[in-house]
Design a protein. Structure first.
Length: 160
């Protein structure tokens, strides 16, 4: 694993300390980066953002953002607050907020999330459970034949 923290870098030209920039490969808020040559096996948990560029097998859990980049391969049970997937994932995914499947994503497994976005080109095979709470008025329920006709179907298929 490669851990990315905000670490000052020495500029030898003027002797002053500079902060890393986005151009230097630094991403603010990212706690853990699994590099492209890294293969992590087992239970992998973090309280901060995770970026996967390599391979992960087992379980991945974070209370923040999980990013699986294009070219990354994950065979794992995943739990996160939110996720952006551009790589390959095989395993069930539970996201408490939002899941974005980008155009290069290939996901095989069941998904449970509040908000789901699937870009054109993404491949998904599995079941989706949306966790958004919807309240339904008792008078407008899932029996449209009763509202339309006023008749109720009974189990013996006789009209009443």
């Amino acid at each position: 694993m490669v851990f990315s923290k905000l670490v000052p870098q020495l500029n030898l030209d003027d002797g002053l300390l500079e902060q890393p920039t986005q151009g230097a490969g630094f991403q603010e808020g990212v706690e853990t980066v699994v590099g492209p040559s890294v293969h992590v096996e087992g239970d992998f948990a973090s309280k901060g953002d995770i970026i996967v560029r390599g391979k992960v097998t087992g379980t991945v859990e974070t209370s923040q953002l999980l990013t699986i980049e294009q070219g990354a391969r994950v065979v794992a049970k995943i739990k996160a607050r939110s996720a952006k997937i551009a790589g390959h994932v095989k395993g069930n995914i539970t996201i408490t907020d939002s899941l974005d499947l980008l155009a290069t994503a290939q996901v095989v497994g069941d998904v449970e999330t509040k908000i789901l976005s699937i870009a054109p080109g993404a491949v998904f095979q599995g079941h989706i459970t949306m966790t958004t709470l919807v309240t339904v008025d008792d008078k407008i329920d899932a029996r449209p034949h009763e509202r339309q006709t006023g008749f109720k179907k009974n189990s013996s298929n006789n009209k009443t």
